[in-house]
Ligand binder design. Structure first.
Ligand SMILES: [Zn+2]
Length: 306
């Protein structure tokens, strides 16, 4: 079962308070597949959501519609009985905007707003598994209902955006906090906790990965630097120039030869803390320059001296 389906199972089981029943039912009908006096229809892969839609129709019309199976194996409700559609639409048309379109209208109580969002989600919502990405959306039947929904979400403290896709207006959330907030508000508290748990796990894993990558990069840098230092020291020895180095450089070079893999910070400790890391690095730079000079052809050396 998908995360979205688990959320719908949890939301379908929430019992509405008496004051919330009407708003929940309005939302299920408004955000269904079609909602007009010609037909009311609903299509879902979720049997519990289909039952709640049938209850919503019954809430306004007194008639419980039949749930059938669509060709694709989903649950389908199709109502063309004018007695039923007229009864439902008479209720829904109580809330219309200035253009006479069906609208969400004003919902006074917070519990009823949350019930409305629960109904809208059961009809038109999906949420992606948080292990994959943070995405919750409502596929709205019209642009003006999408605007109403964004306003309602905003009233509940949840910021949403909208976009057009395939004839529908999609209202979506991308922020994990907002998704968790909405799941909780709608009544999917168990799945909201699973969602937050998945997010925390992902955040911790990312932090650990960043840390490990950072450490790996540091080790690689430090190994590359030690390699350059060892090559310079060995080159000076091979050319018989090692003993010409000042005593402090010879001391450091000897320490590096004894500790070929130690990071500079360890060499600082072995030197008794008399130098800083950058002081040690500076001495290594002098050794490397001396080796480079030794390796130059004699002609270039003369030019260098001049
Ligand atoms: Zn209520």
């Amino acid at each position: 079962m998908s995360f979205s389906s688990d959320v719908k199972t949890e939301l379908s089981a929430v019992q509405n308070a008496a004051c919330c029943e009407t708003q929940f039912s309005r939302a299920m009908l408004l955000f269904g597949r079609s909602c007009s006096r010609v037909s009311l229809s609903f299509l879902t892969e979720h049997p519990d959501a289909a039952r709640r839609y049938a209850d919503a129709v019954a809430h306004f019309s007194g008639t419980t519609p039949e749930i059938t199976e669509s060709e694709s194996g989903n649950c389908k409700i199709q109502i063309e009985d004018r007695l039923v559609t007229d009864a439902v639409l008479a209720e829904l048309e109580r809330n219309r905007n200035e253009k006479k379109q069906l609208s969400i209208g004003k919902i006074d109580r917070e519990c009823c707003r949350h019930a409305f969002l629960r109904g809208a989600f059961l009809s038109a919502g999906t949420v992606t598994n948080p292990d994959v990405e943070y995405h919750l959306e409502f596929s709205c039947p019209s642009a003006h209902l999408a605007r109403d929904l964004i306003d309602l979400l905003s009233l509940c403290g949840v910021d949403a955006k909208s976009t057009a896709r395939g004839g529908a207006t999609i209202v979506y959330l991308k922020k994990s906090d907002a998704i968790a907030e909405l799941l909780t508000a709608m009544g999917a508290t168990e799945n909201a906790m699973l969602f937050m748990g998945a997010k925390i796990f992902k955040d911790v894993r990312n932090t650990v990965n960043r840390r490990v990558n950072f450490d790996k990069a540091n080790i690689a840098r430090s190994a590359a630097a030690a390699g350059r230092q060892l090559r310079a020291i060995k080159s000076l020895r091979a050319n018989g120039r090692f003993d010409e180095l000042p005593a402090e450089l010879r001391e450091l070079a000897a320490l590096r030869l004894e500790n070929p893999e130690s990071p500079t910070s360890e060499l600082v400790e072995l030197l008794g803390g008399t130098l800083t890391v950058s002081g040690v690095n500076h001495r290594f730079e002098r050794i490397i320059r001396a080796a480079e000079f030794t390796e130059l052809p004699d002609k270039k050396k003369e030019e260098g001296k001049a």
